[in-house]
Design a protein. Structure first.
Length: 229
């Protein structure tokens, strides 16, 4: 059954530009079946991907368009080779560890992009990244592996998101913003041009970030200031 998934470049999925066809002969498995998992499911179905179902521990308390396939112990052998995977887990550490384990075991991470997202043809998107409806990724932006770009956020020109960055709904990154690995930017936060957000930093919901953020720091408010974490 035809489905869409990653364009494979150098053995790693790398999506370049909204106009490129992306296709895969492997159905998609979504790992994680909470609220975020169901949003990813909607995006995958809307984009025409063939979805096999959810893998999650414990089993999800709902039924849906896709089946529950079983727990994480499924992720080995033929199952790993027969599917593409997207890890729909909001927790930064758990998502990274799960993605790295899939890759280390020879599995393939998909890219899910809602058809109502706009991705510049000059932008790049790494494997395992999920991009929801209403997102804009503008010219020359670079989005790393297993990032989440949640509903309606925007990443403007020349911005760089290293691996594992999560932008919550409605986040606004101006041009040339740099987010280090595993940085988390809360709902509706805005970051002005040329700002660097350090690795694993946390930007609170609604913050307006006008100064660089240290790695591992937590900032909130307008203008955003560091808070003890
Ligand atoms: C910033 C954040 C990480 C802090 O979380 P926390 O450490 O658990 O903070 P708490 O809820 O214990 O609140 C501590 C204080 O900070 C304040 N505060 C919390 N979040 C704030 C924010 N985003 N902006 C300003 N103040 C905030 C609280 O009002 C509280 O103040 P008080 O001590 O005067 O009562 C969190 O509140 C946040 O903004 N998370 C974003 C979540 C999000 O967008 N998720 C979307 C998933 S799709």
């Amino acid at each position: 059954m035809p489905g869409a998934s990653p364009l494979i470049a150098d053995g790693r999925p790398c999506y370049r530009g909204a106009m490129h066809p992306i296709s895969s002969d492997r159905p998609l498995v979504i790992i994680g079946a909470g609220g975020h998992g169901r949003v990813v499911l909607d995006a995958a179905i809307a984009s025409g991907m063939a979805v096999r179902g959810f893998v999650a521990d414990p089993p999800p308390p709902f039924t849906n368009d896709a089946d529950y396939l079983g727990g994480l112990s499924l992720l080995s052998g033929d199952f790993l080779g027969d599917h593409d995977f997207i890890v729909a887990i909001g927790d930064q550490k758990v998502r990274r560890e799960t993605c790295e384990q899939i890759r280390n075991d020879g599995g393939r991470l998909a890219i899910v992009i809602h058809p109502r997202a706009w991705i510049s043809p000059s932008a790049t998107i790494g494997g395992g990244t999920a991009i929801m409806g209403g997102v804009i990724v503008n010219a020359n932006a670079s989005v790393g592996d297993f990032c989440i770009l949640n509903t309606g956020c925007s990443v403007d020109h020349d911005s760089v998101l290293e691996d594992g960055v999560q932008l919550c709904p409605g986040v606004r990154l101006a041009g040339r913003v740099h987010c280090g690995a595993d940085a988390f930017v809360g709902t509706g936060a805005s970051i002005i041009p040329d700002i660097r957000v350090g690795a694993a930093a946390v930007v609170g919901a609604g913050a307006v970030v006008v100064r660089h953020v240290q790695a591992g720091a937590g900032v909130r408010g307008n203008p955003a200031r560091e808070q003890a974490r």
